[in-house]
Design a binder for this molecule. Structure first.
Ligand code: UDX
Ligand code: UDX
Length: 434
């Protein structure tokens, strides 16, 4: 059992702290957002993450998990301090590290015992050295016995607890190997491969992994766009490709492309690092461009099919960037809605979880209370996020409700033959029909 502090109780910090508590450690999660901490203390989660509420409650009840806004309280007994604060994109794509700096400075100002500082947030290559420098400089007069370890997270929203508890691997990087081995002990009970390398390599593994996953998606989307012109079905292409063990089937789902708080930010940050250090990230630039275009192509197809968008009523099913989360950061649905409204379309939408957040940040988007209300009087219906509850809709009722039975399946989640047999004009992504 160890004493851990997690700085930043966001999506990553809260899941990380809770899961470490579940493994038997004493954990204090800190956040500077008073409201967030007071809500978590009442058992109200700041994010929708399946199963999280229960695991938090169990560990709070067991006396292993605490929440605070006080750095003093959070750090006083901590042997390990995980930095999991936001690292949002800066002006031209570089990661904004102001919050990482704030956390490092707080550790330097408060801690007077040996501590391992762990970068859990996704940070540019070299940040580990930078954090060490900040702490060393700040403790020039009173040297602190500390080391820095990079321990990037590979959590997917909507399956974050499982991704923590059953990871494919744990990556650790440090210039102080014993420190990395101490962190490795925290993960021993997960019985998964643990790779220990140096700081920069560990930081690069995170970026390269996310950039590769994003590349796979942009690749299959480019293939989908070619399939549309050549009359092939990309869902079958992906199946055939995936049977090759060297390729695998995962992350080959063509659609509106990737959004969320990681892929967009991390691919941009990696490209920015490359340019900053004099190399040309051609592939990463293309990966981002293809992803941007997927949203625009959807609008182009709608414009062509409906003979213009002005005054057309368009229903959008799904607003979160993917199913099983309420996270709308860089959600394709929101950009499609923005582009449609720019051309005079009247848009309405529904999402099983993200309505509250959308109403708060995008109050002008008319929200419906269910998919059928979205379909009412619509000239077209878009599936933007493939929530399970959209997969078996009462399409007879949808057909009757719509002004024109035109559906755009932005995630290839619906059965084209079934819908066409019911009289819909069905358009998928790369289904050889646009
Ligand atoms: C964040 C990064 O965005 C991501 O790149 C990294 O991989 C993991 O950490 P996420 O947890 O989604 O991901 O961030 P966010 O949901 O923005 O939560 C960050 C939390 O840190 C917020 O609750 C914020 O209030 C808190 N924070 C921010 C602090 O506690 N201290 C600060 O100085 C700044
Ligand atoms: C991702 C990485 O998977 C995770 O390892 C990392 O820690 C954080 O970033 P996340 O962004 O939560 O996780 O979701 P993910 O399931 O990877 O999906 C990312 C985006 O890609 C979503 O918008 C999803 O709709 C899209 N996607 C995913 C596709 O368009 N096609 C696919 O085949 C898979």
């Amino acid at each position: 059992m160890s004493n851990l502090c997690v700085i930043g109780t966001g999506y990553v910090g809260l899941v990380t702290g809770t899961c470490f508590a579940d493994l038997g450690n004493q954990v204090i999660c800190l956040d500077i957002d008073e409201e967030r901490i007071s809500k978590v203390k009442q058992g109200i989660m700041p994010i929708y993450e399946p199963g999280l509420e229960q695991v938090v409650a169990q560990n709070v009840k067991a006396g292993r998990l605490f929440f605070t806004t006080s750095y003093e309280e959070a750090l006083k007994d901590a042997e390990f301090a995980f930095i999991a604060v936001g690292t949002p994109s800066g002006v031209d794509g570089e990661a904004d590290l102001q919050y990482v700096r704030a956390a490092a400075e707080a550790i330097a100002d408060i801690v007077d015992h040996p501590i391992v500082v762990i970068n859990k947030s996704t940070v540019p290559v070299g940040t580990g050295d930078w954090v060490a420098e900040i702490i060393t400089k700040r403790r020039n007069e009173r040297p602190l016995d500390f080391s820095v370890v990079s321990n990037p997270e590979f959590l997917r929203e909507g399956s974050a607890i499982n991704d923590f508890m059953v990871p494919d691997r744990v990556i650790l990087g440090s210039e102080n190997r014993p420190a990395a081995e101490k962190v490795a002990e925290l993960y021993q009970s997960l019985r998964c491969p643990i790779q220990i390398t140096d700081l920069r390599t560990a930081e690069m593994i995170k970026y390269a992994s996310n950039a590769f996953l994003a590349t796979r998606i942009s690749f299959i989307n480019e293939i989908a766009n070619i399939c549309e012109e050549l009359g092939a079905d990309v869902t079958e292409v992906a199946r055939g490709m995936g049977l090759d063990k060297r390729i695998g089937r995962a992350f080959l789902d063509a659609g509106l492309g990737w959004g969320g708080s990681c892929f967009p930010k991390d691919v941009k940050a990696l490209a920015h690092m490359a340019v900053l250090h004099g190399t040309q990230p051609q592939l990463l630039q293309a990966v981002m461009e293809i992803n941007r275009n997927q949203r625009r192509r959807m609008v182009m197809h709608l414009r062509k099919t409906l003979g213009g968008l002005n005054d057309k009523v368009i229903g959008v099913l799904g607003l979160s960037f993917k199913p099983n989360t309420d996270d709308i950061r860089d959600a394709p649905a929101l950009e499609v809605i923005h582009l449609l409204r720019n051309e005079g379309a009247v848009v309405k939408a529904y999402d099983p979880q993200a309505m509250e957040i959308v109403a708060k940040y995008y109050p002008t988007i008319p929200l419906c209370h269910d998919p059928y209300q979205v379909a009412e009087g619509a000239d077209a219906l878009i599936l933007a996020t493939e929530w399970n509850e959209f997969k078996q809709l009462d399409f007879k009722r949808i057909h009757q409700a719509m002004r024109q039975p035109v559906v755009f399946d932005g995630r290839n989640a619906w059965n084209a033959d079934h819908l066409r047999a019911m009289g819909f004009r069905y358009f998928g992504i790369g289904r050889g029909n646009l």
